[in-house]
Design a protein around this ligand. Structure first.
Ligand code: F6R
Length: 261
């Protein structure tokens, strides 16, 4: 696990965008994994900027989102598919039919989840997965207690997550759906490179467990310690509880330019 601490979210966005651009140069039809929420926004902003500057094309790329609320109608502005289209994919040249997301309106939820797993496999798996982390340590919507071997399925959101996300629903926690479809921890672990972003003091405890704690379903993101290629991008506030922060800073400062993340 590589932990990188940089001054501000824009700097984190540039490092993650470098990795996406390098991947698409190597493999123009790469499969991207996209998270919603606030944390990845600097990455998407930077990728849009570079696309507008003619430095990257997504024309042959494919993308899979991590999760979706259950029961939000297709025209709801906070439906995760709508959010990712608004924040990112409609602003670059990714084909509309190359964006895949779990179907939170499906009548047969288990079949929709199985179909999503099949679609990821059929695409050859995710090359680079962008992740955020919840203040309770969730990744995608794998809440505490999630099986470390889980696949795409329905989950109940914790009160904490619903209250964290109420800001997108006019601060009304009761308007936040109670259920979601989410890639499982094993689904995420199958992606080839995981790039997790976390900013702000509210993430410091979860980041402390993720990077330096024992692996436990109580802090689901800790499963990433078992992945061979994980990059954790943090601002100083999110890194505030890391014991080895000086070492992570030193490692990044002395890293050869050619190496990338
Ligand atoms: C969203 C997702 C969630 C968020 C997490 C952090 O697709 O998978 O795990 O990444 O809830 O959300 P933000 O970034 O809004 O703090």
């Amino acid at each position: 696990m590589e932990t990188v601490i940089l001054d501000d979210p824009a700097a984190l966005g540039r490092v993650a965008a470098d990795a996406v651009v390098a991947l698409l140069e190597r493999r123009p039809d790469a499969v991207l994994g996209l998270a919603t929420g606030s944390s990845p926004l600097p990455v998407y902003e930077e990728l849009v900027r570079r696309h507008e500057a003619g430095k990257v094309s997504f024309a042959r790329a494919r993308a899979f989102t991590l999760d979706e609320y259950v029961g939000l109608p297709e025209d709801h502005p906070e439906r995760y598919r709508t959010v990712i289209e608004r924040e990112f994919t409609s602003r670059v040249d990714l084909r509309a039919d190359a964006l895949h997301s779990p179907d939170g309106t499906a009548e047969d939820i288990p079949a929709a989840c199985a179909a999503y797993e099949d679609a990821i496999l059929a695409a050859g798996g995710v090359d680079l997965q962008i992740l955020g982390i919840g203040s309770d340590g969730h990744i995608a919507f794998n809440e505490p207690g999630s099986s470390l071997a889980s696949r795409t399925r329905i989950k109940t959101l914790t009160r904490q997550t619903r209250s964290d996300n109420a800001r997108f629903f006019d601060d009304d926690v009761d308007a936040v759906p109670t259920h979601c479809l989410t890639q499982g921890l094993a689904t995420i672990m199958a992606a080839r490179h995981l790039v997790l972003l976390a900013t702000g003091r509210g993430k410091a405890e979860a980041v402390h467990h993720l990077v330096e704690g024992p692996v436990s379903a109580m802090w689901p993101a800790t499963i990433l310690q078992h992945h061979p290629h994980v990059t954790v991008l943090l601002d100083p506030a999110a890194a505030g509880r890391l014991q080895l922060a000086p070492y992570y800073r030193e490692t990044w400062a002395s890293k050869p330019d050619w190496q990338g993340i």
